[in-house]
Design a protein around this ligand. Structure first.
Ligand code: SF4
Length: 439
């Protein structure tokens, strides 16, 4: 099976460009490993070598500069059975360096073939991360002062399990590429090339100069590293042990009927860190969803732990929602002074039909909405949020209390479950009379 479609030849590269040799070598290597073209994917990066796609009779993908490693990684993770190649230049290795070293570190079984001609050929020969010290390019007209990356050493240091280097200026390196294809894990082949349009004329960089650079740097060719380590995509598929088994997704099927008549309803629960504000909001959201409502949610808290405010904003809708908290809410539950600080500017904007439920002792700003003081006597502060929610839901039953009770029954910690259910029943059993407008 010819992996290069003869009808697409000749290649579009400049006369003498090493890319032609590389494409021929890849095709021969694919034949040598008896690759199945229907199970082979070539991901090409930006650059002259990115023009290779149309010549190969395999699946191809062309994306953003330096991101070829990420596309290839995604393909390999989704389909570990595929042979996934990356054809990238030294420019792409610089731009996508982070992706390269992490693909190597993880040992994702992609095969990276780097056409390393020490400059950005496609855009006019600008310097790259492998441009040699002293080399002249349009962006280093007086000679580069930066030191070049040794890409093979970089990938080795990152944990690459197969690393090789070849002089891609003469035929015969396809066997090295085939070895990379056969390797079970991440493979990187640093293919030293010549850009005959730019780097060669600007720096008298012929084959002899390339060999001199290799020798001066003590850079060997051939297989530099080949070691065994579990391939990442396969490792992810190893059967988890019973202890490590991922919990089954929570059931969000609709079990109850909601009673929301308006298109939407907004609820804010404002308190302090450690009051289980956000976990209570999560259970409210799931209960609403299981009652047929759509819910959007937003949590707000400082980066600190166990200090500062905790604010949950929920929006319930009869139809799918695309925003959260865009309107003044219909109900605000205020459980602490820190929570009040976060909502005090909202309270004057509430509609007269809205409702504020606040703990005793908080001095609220004027608001058109009526205020009810929460009855929380005998309830642990950790359960105030659930008791407040129950008092709200008792008077604004947009979904049944039973749905929330069922959510709490799913709590795995027996002590927490008992406390939350008790708070729910206390809150729901508390006669609630909506109070006077705050002044
Ligand atoms: S510009 Fe350089 S890298 Fe690009 S095709 Fe021409 S010789 Fe090759």
């Amino acid at each position: 099976m010819p992996f290069i479609d003869p009808a697409t030849k000749p290649y579009p590269f400049c006369p003498g460009c090493s890319h032609s040799l590389v494409l021929d070598a890849i095709a021969k290597a694919l034949e040598a490993v008896a690759a199945d073209p229907r199970r082979t994917v070539l991901v090409s990066d930006i650059g002259c070598v990115g023009l290779a796609d149309k010549h190969f009779a395999v699946h191809t993908f062309h994306g953003l500069h330096g991101r070829s490693f990420t596309y290839a990684s995604g393909i390999k993770l989704a389909r570990p059975d595929l042979l996934v190649l990356v054809l990238v230049g030294d420019g792409g290795c610089g731009i996508g360096g982070h992706h390269l070293i992490n693909a190597a570190r993880r040992n994702i079984g992609i095969k990276v073939l780097c056409c390393n001609n020490h400059n950005f050929g496609m855009t006019g020969g600008q310097h790259s991360v492998t441009t040699h010290c002293g080399a002249k390019t349009p962006t280093t007209p007086l000679g580069a002062v930066e030191r070049p990356f040794d890409l093979a050493a970089l990938v080795t240091a990152a944990g690459g399990t197969f690393v090789a280097r070849a002089k891609a200026v003469e035929k015969g390196f396809e066997a090295l590429i085939a070895q990379a294809f056969r390797h079970d894990g991440f493979a990187f082949v640093d293919l030293w090339e010549i850009c005959t349009a730019h780097y060669m004329p600007a720096n008298a960089y012929k084959k002899s100069a390339l060999e001199a650079r290799l020798a001066a740097g003590g850079l060997e060719t051939g297989v530099l590293r080949c070691t065994a380590f579990p391939e990442y995509a396969q490792s992810l598929r190893i059967q988890p042990t019973a202890e490590a088994a991922v919990a089954a997704p929570q059931d969000l099927s609709i079990q109850w009927s909601h009673r929301l008549e308006a298109p939407t309803y907004g609820l804010v629960i404002a308190g302090s860190a450690g009051m289980k504000i956000l976990s209570a909001a999560g259970r409210v959201a799931r209960a609403a969803i299981r009652s047929g409502l759509w819910v959007s949610a937003q949590d707000d808290f400082p980066v600190t732990v166990q200090s500062g405010h905790a604010l949950a904003t929920l929006q319930f809708g009869r139809e799918p929602l695309d925003a959260v908290g865009s309107q003044p809410p219909d109900a605000v539950l205020i459980l602490s002074a820190e929570g009040l600080r976060e909502v005090q500017e909202v309270l004057p904007q509430l509609a007269p039909t809205a409702w504020i439920l606040a703990v005793e002792g908080l001095a609220l700003p004027p608001s058109p909405a009526p205020v009810t003081r929460l009855a929380l006597a005998g309830i642990d502060r950790l359960s105030w949020a659930m008791a407040a929610v129950a008092q709200w839901l008792q008077r604004r039953p947009i979904f049944p209390l039973e749905a929330l009770r069922a959510e709490l029954a799913l709590l795995s910690d027996e002590r927490v479950r008992a406390a939350q259910l008790r708070a729910l029943e206390c809150g729901a059993g508390t006669p609630v009379a909506e109070g006077a407008t705050a002044t």
